[in-house]
Design a protein around this ligand. Structure first.
Ligand code: M6R
Length: 612
């Protein structure tokens, strides 16, 4: 949460910082601000709301200079207004901050006792006060920041600029990401490489409790305690095209349409397409993949949000394909329930961003308790990826829409491969079964394309769906996590009440909600559970509920009871969720868009949740 851009170089800092902040707006859009240093004076402009509001304020502002910092905020402490927007300025110090200062109340009390005038409700401003106090003593920005760090408790990253020294920036990371973009006679400090990708492909990833001191063209790295560090430059090969909308109305729609390619890219490194067999690339464990999979006794998945629903699916896939027990946890619960992690456990985290604070804490705890860990991430070299013993990549390309779509389907595709590989290595699957599953998995990209052809149908139906008071999403087996994911997409995009349920649970409570104003969205492929699901739907229909169903083939029974029936291609039980989630994504997208909501940046949310 919160996006940071710092710049020191020869170009116009205003342009670079605003362009960079726009790429980071997915991280928070409650307020934005910029501070640029010129001729010994800092000029600061801030605005509540999105970056566009800041840009409007900047139209008539001229900035000179070559150094500046900017910020886009996701509010934690203090309302999302201009007063609380970053950069914060105290004396000659300007500061941007991402994360949480846990001991802020104590710091605030002490600062007030020392006569400080506190202007905002944020924890961030207090850090600027502390640096300002230290700099009076040290007259040295690097030292002042180092001394301040010892007074702060929490998970946070900061970038600091000092009016009296116009050629230096000091940044510190402990928790939320900070990455140095290394250019030719210019340097950047950003929350995500996307913010500087159009200027450089060379980046240095700060680890926790590391400082970077940018002085003219010189970059020096230190530990929080001041010990010099050597850091490696990583060259990133994403191109900037991937972060443009490419003619789509929203990033989310573009990302929904990218799914056939994203799914293919996820599985490509792990499948032999000639033999139709799984051959997972080395995951990077000390032992080979197959030795690892033979010796583990259980798998535990930990994740949040959509990634958690992918983990739920992982349980169905791995347990049923290989017989290996699988547990799943929401990351925010995991570490506080004091989990028991038996010997020979493989703990798998799923995170698109690789930065989700709870998931990161979970993998660290699991390592402390001796578990072998595997991360499934989209963003390579992200904090979670760097923490894990083994690594699997979604290969989805940059996902910008706050609502996750292609990262989810890429993950399900990877979980299919993982489940098949584990089953194969543990002797739980015949070569014929393997071939059959692989053939069906390889067909899913073109089957998803077939579903995307129904897009018009959803955009036309969207207006009619607005009239429903609420939505119940139902599914059984692997379609149950898909129902949960469908409900989450509708909640976060269309701000409508939606719940996901296992179809068999309806009669244990939710049935009481059903009347003619309630839509029941059911994912019901023709499988060995279809009859049971149809019985559940009869119960809902008898109480006036209106049914929207996603089925396979020409399912007459399902069709006759539904207001809307969409037939999608059939597949193996393992791969089918990859296809069945797509209509639910399209439905939520069009419903939210028809209501005029901001699909790419739903209210109150952020793409990367780096606070607990
Ligand atoms: O980056 P992560 O996969 O760790 O993010 C987890 C959740 O915050 C994320 O999936 C969230 O639920 C999405 N907004 C769902 O669309």
């Amino acid at each position: 949460m919160c996006g940071i851009v710092g710049y020191l170089g020869f170009q116009d800092p205003k342009k670079i910082i605003i362009d960079g902040l726009k790429k980071l707006e997915y991280r928070g859009y409650d307020s934005a601000g910029i501070a640029i240093l010129n001729d010994g004076k800092t000029k600061r402009v801030r605005a509540a709301g999105k970056i566009i509001n800041l840009e409007e304020k900047l139209i008539n502002e001229n900035f000179n200079g070559h150094i500046g910092i900017g910020h886009t905020r996701w509010a934690t402490h203090g309302a999302p207004n201009e007063k609380n927007a970053h950069p914060h300025q105290v004396g000659a110090i300007s500061l941007v901050h991402n994360g949480i200062i846990e001991n802020y109340l104590e710091i605030k009390k002490d600062l007030i006792a020392r006569g400080a005038e506190i202007k905002s409700d944020t924890d961030s401003e207090l850090v600027a006060h502390l640096v300002n106090e230290e700099i009076q003593v040290t007259n040295n920005l690097l030292l002042a920041v180092q001394k301040t760090l010892g007074k702060l408790i929490g998970a946070f990253s900061i970038v600091v600029m000092w009016e009296k020294s116009p050629n230096e920036l000091v940044a510190f990371k402990d928790g939320p990401p900070l990455i140095v973009g290394v250019g030719e006679k210019e340097n950047f400090i950003v929350s995500d490489v996307q913010a500087a990708l159009q200027y450089t492909k060379n980046f240095v990833y700060l680890e926790d409790r590391e400082i970077v001191h940018i002085h003219n063209n010189d970059l020096k790295y230190y530990s929080a305690l001041g010990a010099p560090l050597k850091k490696q430059i990583t060259t990133v090969d994403w191109n900037t095209e991937q972060v443009e909308k490419m003619g789509f109305k929203h990033y989310m729609l573009k990302e929904i349409y990218e799914q056939p390619r994203a799914v293919a890219a996820a599985i490509r490194p792990h499948i032999n397409t000639e033999l139709h067999s799984v051959q997972m690339e080395s995951l990077g464990f000390a032992k080979s993949n197959s030795e690892t999979f033979k010796t583990i006794d259980r798998i535990m998945f930990v994740a949040c949000g959509t990634s958690f629903y992918a983990a739920m699916l992982g349980k169905y896939l791995i347990e049923q394909a290989s017989g290996l027990p699988v547990e799943i946890d929401v990351a925010s619960e995991f570490r506080y329930r004091k989990p028991i992690i038996p010997k020979n456990t493989l703990l798998i985290t799923i995170s698109q961003s690789g930065e989700t604070a709870d998931t990161l804490a979970a993998i660290r705890l699991a390592k402390e308790k001796g578990a072998l860990t595997l991360s499934i991430t989209n963003v390579q070299r992200s904090s979670i990826d760097r923490e894990a013993h083994g690594h699997l990549y979604m290969n989805s390309g940059v996902e910008i829409g706050v609502a996750s779509t292609k990262a989810f389907t890429s993950t399900i595709a990877l979980l299919n491969v993982l489940a098949l590989q584990i089953a194969k290595d543990r002797g739980a699957m015949t070569p014929e079964q393997e071939k059959n599953y692989v053939v069906q998995l390889l067909a899913t990209p073109s089957q998803i394309e077939g579903v995307l052809a129904y897009d018009k149908y959803f955009s036309e139906a969207a207006k009619k769906l607005q009239t429903f008071k609420g939505f119940l999403y139902l599914g059984r087996g692997v379609s149950y996590p898909i129902a949960l994911e469908g409900a989450l997409k509708l909640k976060e995009l269309a701000y409508m009440h939606a719940e996901g349920y296992a179809a068999g649970e309806m009669k244990h409570g939710p049935l009481a909600l059903i009347d003619a104003s309630m839509a029941i969205v059911v994912v019901a492929p023709t499988d060995d559970l279809i009859e049971k699901t149809i019985s559940n739907l009869q119960e809902a229909k008898a109480r006036g509920g209106k049914i929207i169903s996603i089925g396979t083939g020409d399912n007459k029974a399902l069709q006759s009871m539904s207001e809307y029936y969409l037939s999608i291609p059939a597949s193996s039980w393992m791969a089918h969720p990859l296809i069945s989630v797509v209509p639910l994504q399209l439905m939520s997208y069009h419903l939210a868009d028809s209501l005029g909501y901001d699909v790419d940046q739903p209210r109150n949310l952020a793409k990367s949740v780096t606070v607990e």
